[in-house]
Design a protein around this ligand. Structure first.
Ligand SMILES: [Mg+2]
Length: 122
């Protein structure tokens, strides 16, 4: 698959399939597939979750939307969230799982486990 290495200039929906394909090509052209075993990708994912956690560490509770964060802090957060997502997508790929379908199925399963009880007050 051909793709531009430039950052997209216009917002668009990004599919898990597109991420999977771009990551697979990224690894293939660098000869990194040999390192991308499920275990290695899982450990890399956990490491990135640690980096994500460090951003919030010692900050106390933060408001939704992060109104008091600098643009640099938000950019860093976006990078670490992306690292987590990208390793998760790669892990599912090398395990032969369709992550999007699995996630949708899990939402349905969670809905049955936690049915709506109409206790929400407006
Ligand atoms: Mg990182």
């Amino acid at each position: 698959m051909e793709y531009s290495s430039e950052f997209p200039t216009t917002p668009k929906d990004v599919s898990l399939q597109e991420l999977r394909e771009r990551l697979a090509e990224f690894a293939e052209v660098r000869g990194w597939e040999q390192y991308h075993s499920p275990r290695n990708l899982l450990l890399a994912l956990v490491g990135e979750v640690g980096e994500l956690s460090e951003i919030f560490q010692w900050k106390g509770e933060v408001a939704r939307g992060l109104p008091n964060w600098s643009s640099d802090d938000k950019e860093h957060l976006g990078e670490e969230l992306s690292d987590v997502l990208l390793y998760l997508v790669q892990l599912a790929d090398v395990c032969g799982l369709d992550l999007g379908q699995a996630a949708l199925a899990k939402i349905v399963k969670n809905g049955k486990k936690y049915p709506v009880t109409n206790q929400k007050e407006n």
